[in-house]
Write a protein that binds this ligand. Structure first.
Ligand code: NFE
Ligand code: MG
Length: 521
């Protein structure tokens, strides 16, 4: 008989993601991924000064505000006609801020958001050594402070006692490293979260030598942590859980908008980026160019009044929380009607397929360690490995990029505010492809849409009956113990979902769309 497994909430980060899986004979037959959050963002901007987008859109999320500030600024660059005129300093500062942001996000994901699915923290309970961090955790657990380590599933923890203890010590160290990465962003971003310096036309921070030195010093410590903790810990987990190279494949089609500008080509589909733009299909690992006109969102299974596939420039968003058949506040983004996975795996595949030798070497190195074929990348461990490899590559690039700043050269290009125009910001957040689209009339915002990574990955089924990437990853998965469905949470968390990013609509007039009781009634 089929059993329904409900996991709600799944995420250890902003927002609620609910997963429902119908399991029959130990195998997932159907899966539903539901964004359970209702918020308000894009339409707050309507009627406002378009420049507000670079500040307000960051409030979508406390984890990746930097990415929203950047995507908004890219869209505004085009709106104001300065998209081909960003200075080298402006371009490099944006890359530095976003690079440090990738590092903080990836460290946070592996240790704080994913590792506790693999690491048994109780291994510290009878620790008798002298490591002060482990003794603190032991004391913490001993006094009954089990959060954030519980609730958790029981059973499938496979690391040795020593390995568990190492991972727990690194979990605590990662908190410090993440703080340091946030400070690194703030050196040129002004503050974190919600930086102040990324604007249309460039960046307002000035690259002084002392700031460059402060940036470099922190990056070097972050690289050290990535090399000595993050990468070895991912390999340690992969060794003990190597079956996860065969679990959670998904749609095997990937999208990257590209990130880290190497020039200021006004056309974002031609701009040279360190991690390139394109679509990669698992079947042939070729990088295909994208046409942004083919990006749409559908709402067939979403709590919005039905419409067909809409391009973000023309999109309308009208909530209908009683819609029959709907099960998510996420929309379903599609490219030419196709389902695509986004994120570090998509980006590393884009670089790999574009012939980036460094990426090819690191990816082949990981596959070689596990005697695995490239198909193994389309998996839970493939996503973790891609994220860790990307953290290392990006952190190392930061070292070189910061030295390219010119302390006395301009960081910002002036522009005319009174525009009737539109703009598209294609970029990559740590969790994947992020696009902002703005339409303005007489210098005021007329329409604004953001299509974000977790909407691509966690979106529901579309009108053609195609499930979203996370749903596809779950369908066909064997669940060993339905009371402790480790397989399902490990698959979902490998995508690093963040629901507050993914759900962000409101009615422009602010009327009541529905009343929701949260908590005990
Ligand atoms: Ni709230 Fe976000 C990232 C964006 S995910 S974390 O990375 O954009 O949808
Ligand atoms: Mg949106």
């Amino acid at each position: 008989m089929a059993t329904k497994i409900t996991i709600d909430p799944v995420t250890r980060i902003e927002g609620h993601l609910k997963i429902e899986a119908m399991v029959d004979n130990g195998v997932v037959k159907e899966a539903k991924s539901s964004g359970m959050l209702y918020r308000g963002f894009e339409e707050i901007l309507i009627g406002r000064d378009p420049r507000d987008a670079a500040r307000i859109m960051q409030r979508i999320c406390g984890v990746c505000p930097t990415s929203h500030g950047l995507a908004a600024s890219f869209a505004l660059d085009e709106l104001y006609g300065v998209n081909g005129a960003i200075t080298d300093n402006g371009r490099i500062l944006r890359n530095l801020i976003q690079g440090a942001n990738f590092v903080q996000s990836h460290i946070l994901h592996f240790y704080q958001l994913a590792a506790l699915d693999y690491v048994d923290v109780t291994a510290v309970a009878d620790y008798a050594g002298s490591d002060p961090t482990l003794n603190k955790v032991k004391d913490f657990i001993g006094r009954g402070h089990l959060g954030p380590f519980v609730p958790r599933y029981e059973g499938d923890y496979r690391l040795s006692k020593e390995e568990n203890r190492t991972a727990v010590a690194h979990y605590v160290q990662a908190l410090n490293m993440r703080r340091m990465a946030q400070e690194t962003i703030a050196i040129f971003g002004g503050k974190m979260p919600h930086n102040m310096s990324i604007v249309a036309g460039g960046v307002t921070a000035s690259p002084t030598v002392d700031k460059m030195a402060a940036f470099l010093g922190r990056v070097n410590q972050l690289i050290d942590f990535i090399d000595t903790c993050y990468l070895p810990d991912v390999v340690m987990v992969a060794k003990r859980y190597s079956d996860y190279f065969g679990i959670g494949a998904g749609c095997k089609q990937f999208l990257s908008f590209g990130v880290f500008d190497m020039d200021s080509d006004p056309d974002l589909t031609k701009r040279k980026r360190y991690i390139p733009q394109g679509i990669v299909k698992g079947s042939d690992l070729k990088l295909r160019r994208i046409d942004p006109a083919l990006i749409t969102e559908e709402v067939e299974s979403s709590y919005y009044v039905n419409h067909g596939a809409q391009h973000p420039y023309d999109a309308i968003t009208k909530a209908d929380h009683r819609k029959p058949g709907a099960y998510s506040w996420c929309k379903s983004p599609r490219y030419n009607g196709e389902v695509l996975e986004v994120g570090p795996l998509a980006r590393m595949l884009a670089s790999y397929s574009a012939g980036d030798k460094e990426v090819q070497g690191l990816v082949n190195g990981v596959l070689g360690k596990f005697n695995a074929s490239p198909a193994a990348l389309f998996s839970v461990l493939g996503r973790h490995a891609a994220r860790a490899i990307e953290a290392k590559l990006v952190a190392e690039k930061l070292r070189g990029w910061v030295m390219q700043l010119q302390p006395d050269a301009p960081t910002f290009t002036e522009f005319n505010l009174d525009v009737t125009s539109r703009g598209m910001g294609l970029h990559e957040a740590p969790r994947g492809a992020l696009g902002h689209w703005i339409v303005a009339e007489g210098g005021k915002t007329k329409n604004y849409q953001a299509v974000v990574p977790t909407t691509w990955n966690a979106g529901p089924m579309d009108a053609q009956g195609q499930p979203g990437p996370i749903e596809q990853s779950l369908i066909g998965t064997k669940v060993a113990d339905k009371n402790n469905p480790f397989e399902l949470v490990r698959i979902v968390r490998s995508y690093d979902p963040c629901l507050s990013c993914a759900v962000h609509v409101v009615t422009p007039k602010g009327e009541d769309l529905g009343r929701f009781v949260v908590g005990p009634q």
